[in-house]
Design a protein around this ligand. Sequence first.
Ligand SMILES: [Zn+2]
Length: 157
Amino acid sequence: MGTVDNPRGEWIALGHEPTGAPVPLAAMLTERLGIPAYIDNDVRSAVTAELVLGCGKYSDNFIYLNVGTGLAAGFVINRQILRGANHNAGEIGHMSVDIRNRDACICGRHGCAENTVSGAGFTHMVKKYGRTDLLLHRCAAAVYIGGTGGCRLCGHR
Ligand SMILES: [Zn+2]
């Protein structure tokens, strides 16, 4: 999570907060562990895994869409991960999709896709519309069965 200068092995920012001076995290890990270490942000690391172990076995070009706490994408073109001039390629969550929406995004702008299409955006929307009851089953949404038995893990109904 955050901004990483992968070729230089430096961590630049956590979310929208710069780290100050770039942190040479890959070199620090290499020295500490005694083995070569590389760093990347969470989505590009997942894209690398897809490229090597997943759909990259079948295609040289693909888009990896990550809907998690935020919203981001990884673009693979001719087996190369698109990184962008400022290491922010694929940060599609901050693309303005609703200019009438005045809810502030963590980036400081309004109308960002991430404000609705992400885990944090979902939480924001249910609170905004007073449907916090929808958050009760977030603990096990994947195993919740249509209200008949509640959550299989914690028993929430
Ligand atoms: Zn934003």
